[in-house]
Each structure stands twice: as C-alpha cells, then as structure tokens.
Write a protein that binds this ligand. Structure first.
Ligand code: SME
Length: 163
C-alpha cells in the first residue's frame, strides 16, 4: 500500500470512528469499536488491541486477532517500553528487538501508541502487529495518535461500570 492509499484509508477510518463515537464516553466501548474499524480497514493489520494500565502493569483489554498475552509488565515488551517512555514505538522487525514479546510468531512488525486520559495520565497502550515487515511508518503514527488523542484524551471518558 503506497502512502496516498494509506492516507486515504486512515481518513476514512477516522471519519467512521468520529461519527460512531461522537456522543460516546465509555472506555471499553471506544476501544472495541476502534479495533473493529481499523482491523477491517487495513489488510496489513494482523492483531489490533489495547493493553490497559492496572497497578503499574498492563493487562489485556479489547482486541481482535489471535490470542494475546494476558499481562505485560512495564519492564517487558514493546508495549512495556511504550508505557514506560510514553512515546510511540515503531518496530520494523520484531525479531531484532530484544524487548519484543512474541505472543504470536506470525507477527513481524508492530506499532505501539500510548493512550492518555483527559488529565494526561496513561490509561493504556494501543498495539498493532503485522505479518509484514516494516508495515508501520510515520503515517500510521500520525493518524493513530490523532485518533486516540481525540477519543480518549480530548473527549469525555468514563470507566465506571455498575454490576
Ligand atoms: N507485541 C507486544 C506483545 C503483545 S502481542 O504482540 C499481542 C510486545 O512486544 O509488547
């Protein structure tokens, strides 16, 4: 997929996500919907999902794809590095990244974007894996950061569930 095609797809995805979530605030609802729209939009997305911050560690949240690791602590994984540094991580070849955790050996590259709440606290990391090498670049980073900022940091966010 060339850069123009990628941009066009992300513009479509951002529009669909914005329309769907305009009046929504629930964290899990947003995570599940963003996963579905993005996973179905991009053929190079193999695994897409959120790891949610819990007690200075990460626990699996909504995702689409093969079975993910249940827990990742901040000292491990590209997800842990994104949580620790609060900076988006792009890995062109996961096999050459010593911190990478292989939940599924089919993954060859990934991007992990930190997700913040309206007060600027880290609430999750968003992880996308691809079976292609070097699938993710600055275009993915730009659009994913923008989508996630808009729907978690800048808009209403609720996490309280009543049983
Ligand atoms: N890629 C991650 C592990 C999670 S899975 O790939 C679903 C990492 O190294 O942090």
């Amino acid at each position: 997929m060339n850069k123009e095609q990628k941009i066009e797809k992300y513009e479509e995805a951002a529009f669909e996500i914005d329309s769907l979530l305009a009046n929504e605030s629930d964290m899990i609802l947003k995570m599940a919907s963003i996963n579905s729209i993005l996973k179905n939009k991009f053929e190079y997305y193999f695994w897409v999902g959120f790891y949610i911050v819990n007690n200075n560690s990460l626990i699996i949240g909504p995702y689409q794809g093969t079975l993910g690791c249940l827990y990742i602590n901040y000292e491990r994984g590209v997800c842990g590095r994104a949580a620790r540094t609060k900076v988006t991580q792009i890995v062109e070849d996961v096999h050459s990244d010593s911190e990478h955790i292989a939940c599924d050996s089919q993954s060859n590259s990934e991007i992990v974007v930190p997700v913040f709440d309206p007060s600027g606290r880290l609430i999750a990391v968003f992880d996308v894996d691809s079976t292609e090498f070097a699938a993710f670049d600055e275009t993915d980073k730009l659009y994913l950061e923008s989508i996630l900022n808009k729907h978690f940091q800048e808009n209403n966010l609720t996490t309280n569930w009543k049983w």
